[in-house]
Design a binder for this molecule. Structure first.
Ligand SMILES: [Zn+2]
Length: 128
């Protein structure tokens, strides 16, 4: 039987701190809306839609990207996967990997690491 453990780290407090500094004038829009054009392109093409408005420009809904990294991943390393593929596919395929969930505004280039999730799987056929 496949045993799976997922350890999540949430970065909401960091986001609040950045937005607080921006609204207080301690950070500029250039400091916080610095997504690489390639990240914006990926978000536009395959980012998962949300109904959450961008906290900076308030004109576009955020998109989520799941970047996946791990020693075993080979050509899947650093790729973006839909959430359903991570929970039904990658978890069965690899023993350990980390998913970094990033929110992106394709309008103003706001981007922020929302959470990281480390998956550790064991078991499989050896438990039969
Ligand atoms: Zn925005």
């Amino acid at each position: 039987m496949l045993k799976s453990k997922a350890t999540s780290v949430d970065y909401t407090l960091r986001k609040r701190s950045i937005l607080r500094d921006y609204r207080a004038g301690r950070l500029s829009v250039y400091d916080i809306c610095d997504a690489h054009p390639e990240i914006c392109r990926i978000a536009r093409n395959v980012g998962e839609h949300t109904r959450v408005p961008c906290p900076v420009c308030h004109r576009h809904d955020l998109r989520l990207l799941n970047f996946v990294y791990g020693d075993e991943l080979n050509y899947d390393n650093g790729r973006v996967f839909p959430t359903r593929t991570i929970f039904n596919g990658l978890r069965e395929k690899y023993r350990t990997f980390t998913c970094y969930v990033v929110e992106v505004c394709t309008g103003c280039s706001w981007n922020h690491l929302v959470r990281s999730i480390r998956f550790e799987n064991s078991g499989g056929n050896t438990d039969v």
